[in-house]
Design a protein around this ligand. Structure first.
Ligand code: NCD
Length: 312
C-alpha cells in the first residue's frame, strides 16, 4: 500500500474543487492498490459506521457505498425513505443532520438542493460526503469517472466529449472541473437549452482550458477518445413541456460507433440511462459503463478508508 497518511482523514468531500490534482491522483492510486488486493482490506474499518441519508432516489451511489463499507469490515445505517422518518413530521434538515451525526463516523448525503451538503458539513459532528446536491456536484462519481478513464483509456492528452444534459447534470459539473485540473480540452455536446452553465464556462476560460460546443454527436464522434453520456434530468425541469421538447433528442447506437468512432473510443455513463445508449452498444468493445459501476466500489473504499484513517 502506498503512503496515504493524512490525505483525506477527517475531511469532508463536498466539491471536487476542494481537492488538488495531487490529492485526486493520490485517491486514484489508493483505489488501484485496493483493486489489486481487494481481499486484504477486510477489517480495516471494523467498528466504524457510515450513515446514509438520501433525500432523493439512488441505486448506485447508495449501494456502492454500502458495499464499500462492508468490504472494509465497517457497517452502515440507512435513514431509508424520508416518509418513514421524522422528516415527515416536520423535523428540520439541520436537526436531522445534528442527530444522525451522533450515530456514525461519517455520513453520505444526497439532497435535491444545491449547497445542502456544504450546509450539512457546517453543522455535522462527523465528515460529510456529498452524494449529489441538486444540480451542484457529485464528487465521488467524478473520482470513479476519472478512475475509469485512467484505467480504460488515458487522462493526459485525451479528447473527451460530454454529451447530454450539461445544464442540470451534477456529475457533468464536477467532472468538468476535475478534467480542467488535468488541462484536458473538452467537447460539449447538448441541445442548445441544456448547455453548460455560463459560470462553469467562465471558470474554464479563466483557467485557459479550451472547449468546443456543438449540438450533434455525429459531428464530433470521430475525434473522441472518451464519450461521457448523461441522461436528461427530467426532475430538474421547472416546466415539463421544456423537457418534452428535448427528450429523446440523442441516442448512441452500435452503428454510429462502428461507422464514426475511433478504434479505441470508450463510452462512459454515470447511469441510469433512459434511452440515450441503445442496449446494442452494451456488448461492443466501446462500452465501459457497467465496468464503471464496478470501479465505483473500489474508489469508494479508497475514499472511506482514507477519510476514516483505516489505512494508516
Ligand atoms: C447520477 C446522479 O444521481 O447524479 N447518478 C449516479 O449517481 N450514478 C446521474 C443521474 O441521475 O443522471
Amino acid at each position: 500500500m502506498v503512503a496515504i497518511r493524512g490525505t483525506l482523514k477527517g475531511r469532508d468531500v463536498i466539491s471536487i474543487n476542494d481537492f488538488s490534482r495531487e490529492e485526486i491522483d493520490h485517491i486514484l492510486k489508493v483505489s488501484d492498490c485496493i483493486e489489486k488486493d481487494l481481499d486484504s482490506k477486510f477489517g480495516l474499518l471494523s467498528g466504524k459506521i457510515l450513515s446514509i441519508l438520501f433525500f432523493e432516489p439512488s441505486t448506485r451511489t447508495r449501494m456502492s457505498f454500502e458495499s464499500a463499507m462492508y468490504k472494509l469490515g465497517g457497517r452502515c445505517i440507512n435513514m431509508g425513505p424520508t416518509e418513514l422518518t421524522s422528516v415527515k413530521k416536520g423535523e428540520t434538515f439541520s436537526d436531522t443532520i445534528k442527530v444522525i451525526s451522533k450515530y456514525a463516523d461519517v455520513m453520505v448525503l444526497r439532497h435535491p438542493s444545491d449547497g445542502a451538503a456544504r450546509y450539512a458539513s457546517e453543522i455535522s459532528d462527523v465528515p460529510i460526503i456529498n452524494g449529489g446536491d441538486g444540480t451542484g456536484q457529485h464528487p465521488t462519481q467524478t473520482l470513479l469517472d476519472l478512475y475509469t478513464i485512467k484505467k480504460e483509456s488515458k487522462l493526459e492528452g485525451a479528447n473527451i466529449g460530454i454529451l447530454g444534459d450539461l445544464k442540470y447534470g451534477r456529475t457533468v459539473h464536477s467532472l468538468v472541473y476535475a478534467l480542467s485540473m488535468y488541462g484536458i480540452d473538452m467537447t460539449f455536446i447538448s441541445p442548445p437549452n441544456l448547455s453548460l452553465p455560463e459560470e462553469i464556462k467562465e471558470d474554464l476560460d479563466d483557467k485557459k482550458i479550451s472547449y468546443e460546443e456543438c449540438e450533434r454527436i455525429e459531428d464530433v464522434i470521430g475525434d473522441l477518445d472518451v464519450l461521457y453520456v448523461t441522461r436528461i434530468q427530467r426532475e430538474r425541469f421547472p416546466d415539463i413541456m421544456e423537457y418534452k421538447k428535448v427528450s429523446g433528442s440523442y441516442k448512441i447506437t452500435k452503428d454510429m460507433l462502428e461507422e464514426g468512432g475511433k478504434e479505441n473510443l470508450i463510452i462512459l455513463h454515470p447511469l441510469p440511462r433512459i434511452g440515450e445508449i441503445d442496449p446494442d452498444v452494451d456488448d461492443t468493445k466501446y462500452a465501459r459503463y457497467f465496468l464503471q459501476t464496478k470501479y465505483g466500489v473500489v474508489v469508494r473504499m479508497a475514499i472511506l478508508g482514507l477519510m476514516l484513517g483505516g489505512f494508516e
